[in-house]
Every structure is written in structure tokens, then in C-alpha cells.
Design a protein around this ligand. Structure first.
Ligand SMILES: Cc1cc2nc3c(=O)[nH]c(=O)nc-3n(C[C@H](O)[C@H](O)[C@H](O)COP(=O)(O)O)c2cc1C
Ligand code: SF4
Ligand code: SF4
Length: 251
């Protein structure tokens, strides 16, 4: 099975391509995490986990899922992390989770995809993002046969200092910076509720015709990027910046 978590569609795109190449199903983990009904999987085949890199490690929504869901002991687990530049300490983080959960660690690979973190950074021009996606497709074509043949993905060794410092920064970021206070809907909002429907953590509700953000946010950037009217801002960080509409969009 191929499981994915995705804010703006990059990881979903990669997961679906890999699933197709290895003749498996691609499953959105929010199917389970939204209801908190703990799944118990019995398939003894291969498991592939696809998610974005957040602060140089796999998105916590995914690592929490792997720790929480039930998998048969000893099944093969691959990790594919989409990122704007680097998956950081992913190999070590995912190897440790596999050891803890009794899964057979088969390695981790990064696939570079367009930047979506417009609260802090800027996504590239549409044509440049299309180039990035084309290169990613080549990388998927390289990795999928390795998974199909049961080969271990080669990963670089992560040193202890890099690991500890990155883990510390990641913990602080999740605790102190993944907040929603700065999200705001401007007068461009047409109350269409798309943001409510697409938030993977069900963290947005409508109040007086405008979105209101709760406190479960993981800064996935789905709401701000995919609002059809570009009506959402994140403080001054997003003002005037292009929105990333996802890998299947040409605008
Ligand atoms: C909160 C957050 C943190 C991010 N941190 C990193 C990072 O540390 N390294 C990196 O290369 N890209 C980082 N990115 C970029 C995303 O990993 C990248 O755009 C990813 O493909 C988005 O996947 P998605 O569309 O499936 O959500 C970050 C994005 C967000 C929203
Ligand atoms: S998606 Fe945009 S326009 Fe629609 S309700 Fe949310 S903020 Fe308003
Ligand atoms: S509220 Fe947070 S988790 Fe939900 S879509 Fe927006 S950024 Fe993502």
C-alpha cells in the first residue's frame, strides 16, 4: 500500500505515480486521522509512506501515523519525502521509527518538488515549477522499479550533531511557530468554504461567513495556496507572493 499526507498536492502526485508504477493503491492517511479510528493493516506486502519535508524531516502527521497505525510485524517500509531542497534527517528519523515499530526499514528517498511554504519563502515561477515537476517524474521512474524489486534505497548517513540540532529546531518550530494567529481572510473572500474542505486537519470552520482557524494547524499551506480568490494572507509574510496551485495546475 502507498500512504500519503499532502498539503498542496505534491506528495499526493508522487504517491499516485508510485502507486501506479508498483500496481498498488494510494491512500490518503487523513482517511484515518480525521476520525482517529486506528486502522489495523494485515497486508504482508510492501508499505510506502509519502509526505512533505517539514523542517528537514518528514511531516509529523506522517511519522505520527506510522507510530500509531497497526502494521504486520516485519513488513517492508519505504519512505519518500517531497521537498523544495532537502529531506534533511529523514533517513535517521524513519529508520528509528521502523526499529520501534518492528518494520523492515527499506530506506528513504527525496523527490524535489515546488516550494509551497509561502508564509516564509516564495514559490518559483510557473514555468520553473513545471521543470521541477518534470525532473521529479524522472526521479519517480528511477525509484519505483527499486521498490517493485524489493531493493533497499540508498541513503546518506546522518551524523549525531546534525541529527540532534535538527531535531531540536524541529521540535521548537512545531511547538512555537506552527500557529494560526497570523492567518486572515481578506475582503476578497467569497465564503466558498474551499479552505474548510481541503484542510487535512479539519482545522478551519466558518464564522460569520469567513474562515476561522483553530489550533491544530501543521502549516501545510493548503488553505492559503488553494483559495480560489487568493483571499488568505499569513501576516505580512505572504502579501504579494504568488500562490502555489499544485502539480496538476498550469496557472
Ligand atoms: C511547514 C513547511 C516546512 C517545510 N520545510 C521544508 C524543509 O525543511 N526542506 C525543504 O526542502 N522543503 C520544505 N518545505 C517545502 C515542502 O516540503 C515541499 O514544497 C513539499 O513538496 C510540499 O508537499 P505537499 O504539496 O505534498 O504538501 C516545507 C513546507 C512547509 C509547508
Ligand atoms: S477558500 Fe478563500 S474564498 Fe473560499 S471561504 Fe476560504 S478564504 Fe474565503
Ligand atoms: S489551517 Fe493549517 S493545516 Fe489547515 S489547511 Fe491551513 S495551513 Fe493546512
Amino acid at each position: 500500500m502507498v500512504f500519503y499526507f499532502s498539503g498542496t498536492g505534491n506528495s499526493r502526485f508522487v504517491a499516485k505515480r508510485i502507486a501506479e508504477a508498483i500496481s498498488q493503491e494510494a491512500v490518503d492517511i487523513t482517511t484515518y486521522t480525521r476520525t482517529m479510528d486506528r486502522p489495523e493493516f494485515t497486508d504482508k506486502g510492501v508499505y510506502v509512506f509519502v509526505c512533505p519535508s517539514y523542517m528537514s524531516a518528514p511531516a509529523r502527521a506522517m511519522t505520527d501515523f506510522v507510530e500509531w497505525a497497526g502494521f504486520p510485524s516485519g513488513v517492508k517500509a519505504y519512505f519518500i519525502v517531497t521537498c523544495a531542497a532537502s529531506m534533511g534527517i529523514t533517513p535517521r528519523v524513519t529508520k528509528e521509527i521502523c526499529e520501534k515499530r518492528g518494520l523492515q526499514y527499506m530506506g528513504a528517498a527525496q523527490i524535489e518538488m515546488p516550494q509551497n511554504y509561502i508564509a516564509l519563502f516564495t514559490t518559483k515561477k510557473v514555468e520553473e515549477n513545471i521543470d521541477i515537476i518534470e525532473k521529479a517524474e524522472n526521479e519517480i521512474d528511477r525509484i519505483a522499479p527499486l521498490i517493485l524489486n524489493g531493493e533497499v534505497l540508498e541513503t546518506k548517513k546522518i551524523g549525531s550533531v546534525e541529527y540532534s540540532v535538527t531535531k531540536w529546531v524541529r521540535d521548537v518550530y512545531y511547538k512555537d511557530f506552527m500557529k494560526t494567529k497570523k492567518f486572515k481572510a481578506t475582503d476578497k473572500c467569497i465564503s466558498c468554504q474551499k479552505c474548510v474542505k481541503i484542510c487535512p486537519l479539519s482545522n478551519i470552520t466558518m464564522k460569520d461567513g469567513k474562515p476561522s482557524w483553530g489550533d491544530k494547524c501543521t502549516h501545510c499551506m493548503a488553505c492559503i495556496n488553494q483559495c480560489p480568490k487568493d483571499a488568505i494572507e499569513y501576516g505580512k509574510g505572504s502579501v504579494g507572493k504568488p500562490r502555489y496551485k499544485g502539480p496538476e495546475s498550469k496557472n
